[in-house]
Design a protein around this ligand. Structure first.
Ligand SMILES: Nc1ncnc2c1ncn2[C@@H]1O[C@H](COP(=O)(O)OP(=O)(O)O)[C@@H](O)[C@H]1O
Ligand SMILES: [Mg+2]
Length: 290
């Protein structure tokens, strides 16, 4: 384990959800929630291309937050800012501030690898390692120095990912023998095994059939009791079924044809899907655009 864990453990003072100018006014009573991320004026550049501009929001713990918007509006880029995964892409730059549990993720004391342990990620296509089901879950904890109790970590992670009963008799079998939906739940178990606080999911059901999709949706709702779940989805029904709050991103095109993503509004999902404040959100969710 790394030395900087202690600074992160300060963490977790409950704070009220901030209501910024872009926040839809809630017409339901607000339940106080702990804030995992406070994001202020976040912009991200690939070379000279500003892919997202001036995003500000707060993200609550123990909630599912959905991110919707047309292709290219920067949803994936935004998620990857949160655990500094974009650092791995050369010639990129971030402006603005991201606080995770009250600490800047850009602080000199922050180790990106430790940050990514605490903020796990699941991708569009299930991407299990070419090894056994057991090893897929055990590998990262072992690399982080955990030697004892690996069997328990594997079982607990697979149980939380609602996969244990389906695989408990074939833990040594190849992960590639699982169905797509099972592989995606295995990838969720792999993220959970690192004992994260947050799980980022980038269109986790994009490659799955409707039944496998429903399993993952049920799982997201269960997982929020332990984690903050941030999910990008193109599926409006999915956003409305699983999420507590929804952020809508859109893309502006300037006179040179450069496309830059912005957040248009964010609020409680039921309000965003019934009475959004911005016409662009309404057009998108009713299928008139995007
Ligand atoms: N690795 C990259 N290098 C350069 N540009 C990128 C890269 N990834 C994404 N982009 C650009 O950033 C913008 C936002 O992309 P992305 O975050 O993938 O949007 P979304 O997930 O909403 O479809 C797009 O214009 C895309 O072309
Ligand atoms: Mg994307």
């Amino acid at each position: 384990m790394t030395d900087d864990v202690s600074i992160w453990q300060a963490a977790a003072e409950p704070t009220a959800v901030r209501s910024g100018p872009r926040e839809v006014q809630s017409r339901v009573p607000k339940v106080p929630t702990e804030t995992v991320f406070t994001i202020e004026d976040l912009s991200f550049f690939y070379g000279d291309h500003k892919a997202i501009s001036d995003v500000s929001m707060t993200i609550g713990h123990h909630e599912v937050t959905a991110f919707i918007g047309p292709s290219g509006c920067g949803k994936t880029t935004f998620l990857r800012c949160l655990n500094r995964l974009n650092d791995l892409i050369p010639n990129t730059r971030t402006e603005g501030q991201i606080d995770f549990l009250g600490h800047s993720i850009f602080g000199a004391d922050v180790k990106p690898i430790e940050l990514r342990r605490r903020i796990g990620m699941v991708f569009q296509r299930p991407n299990p390692f070419p090894t056994s089901i057991y090893e897929n879950v055990a590998l990262a904890p072992r690399l982080h120095g955990m030697k004892k109790g690996l069997d328990d970590i594997v079982e607990e992670s697979l149980r939380k990912a609602a996969l244990w009963d389906e695989v408990k008799l074939k833990l040594k079998a190849s992960a590639f023998g699982l169905s797509g939906g099972q592989q995606q739940r295995l990838c969720i178990a792999r993220a959970i095994a690192m004992k994260p606080e947050v799980v980022l999911m980038d269109e986790p059901c994009a490659a799955l059939d409707p039944i496998a999709t429903l399993r993952i949706e049920e799982l997201m709702v269960q997982l929020k009791s332990d984690y903050a779940i941030l999910v990008v989805t193109h599926n409006m029904q999915q956003a409305s079924r699983v999420s507590d709050r929804t952020a809508f991103f859109s893309v502006a095109v300037d006179e040179k044809g450069t496309r830059t993503g912005h957040m248009i509004e964010m609020g409680p999902t039921d309000i965003m899907f019934t009475t959004p404040t911005d016409k662009r959100t309404e057009d998108y969710i009713t299928g008139r655009f995007g």
